[in-house]
Design a protein around this ligand. Structure first.
Ligand SMILES: [Fe+2]
Ligand SMILES: [Fe+2]
Length: 274
């Protein structure tokens, strides 16, 4: 395979029609047989991949931040799912969106890609497409549980997710930092695959619009504090960052292996051979 084919595979599996702003091919390659895949990769990992004879290094997390904010606009979809209009939804995310735009001016965006070019090391990163595979998997699992048991509690939802691979072998447990396990799961929004979590503003807007349970990969302590001070009706479930990322990455690694590539995983990913 070449890097174009691998990018197309990621887009196809996640339902994207073009390369999103948080992903890219930073140095193309062809005749790829051995691939190294991890959550985080920078200059050191590029050199290691080169020294170990890999044909391609794939990172999950973005290596340049110029287009990252565009992916945060996906939060609008979650807010619309709860019945909000586009303009109202944009207002909810306004402050964070601006912070992400400003961050694009701060970051030295070409640092890691420039190292890949210097080394001549094929390198790409796949962020939101793989998170979207993970989001759809969690969504399907939640829908199946609620179809079987419409009055399932948050605790039952958490226990069900905990049985899923890779949550059942993750270093962290799925938690309910806001609300109670005894609450009804009810209307659930799986707030994953939108650059980063929507923090307090998105969770508040969802709860105010009748969503009972919000799922995030993670939440910052200051956002959780605001949520607790708000006293809003609702529950927040956090599945864990690396565990949540593993979900989509494992699926992608398996797809590459099915196509005959030798894939070694590192940096938070440990995809069992089938
Ligand atoms: Fe992710
Ligand atoms: Fe991540």
């Amino acid at each position: 395979m070449n890097t174009d084919e691998i990018m197309h595979l990621a887009l196809e599996l996640s339902g994207f029609t073009e390369v999103p702003g948080d992903s890219g091919t930073w140095y193309p390659g062809a005749n790829i047989r051995r691939v190294l895949v991890g959550i985080d990769a920078g200059p050191a990992e590029l050199k290691i991949a080169k020294d170990l004879g890999f044909d391609l290094l794939i990172a999950h997390h973005p290596v340049e931040r110029a287009g990252f904010w565009k992916v945060f606009l996906r939060q609008v979809d979650f807010l619309k799912e709860a019945g909000m209009g586009e303009a109202e939804a944009l207002q909810v995310i306004d402050e964070r969106l601006e912070a992400l735009k400003l961050q694009a001016h701060v970051t030295n965006n070409d640092h890691v890609p420039s190292v890949a070019r210097l080394l001549g090391m094929p390198f790409m990163n796949l962020h939101v497409p793989l998170d979207e595979i993970g989001r759809r998997t969690v969504r399907a699992r939640v829908d199946a549980l609620l179809a079987a048991n419409p009055s399932a509690t948050v605790g039952e939802l958490v226990d069900d997710l905990e049985q899923m691979d890779p949550f059942n072998r993750a270093a962290t447990r799925i938690e309910v930092p806001y609300g109670r396990r005894a609450n009804r799961a009810g209307r659930v929004v799986v707030g994953m695959a939108a650059a980063t979590n929507g923090g307090f503003p998105v969770a508040r807007a969802l709860f105010e619009h009748g969503v009972d349970t919000v799922l995030y990969m993670h939440i910052a302590p200051e956002d959780l504090k605001k949520l607790r001070e708000s006293g809003l009706r609702g529950s927040l479930v956090v599945v864990g960052h690396i565990a949540g990322d593993s979900l989509g990455l494992d699926a992608f690694v398996r797809a590459l292996r099915q196509r005959g590539l030798e894939v070694v995983t590192f940096s938070g990913i440990d995809t069992p051979e089938m």
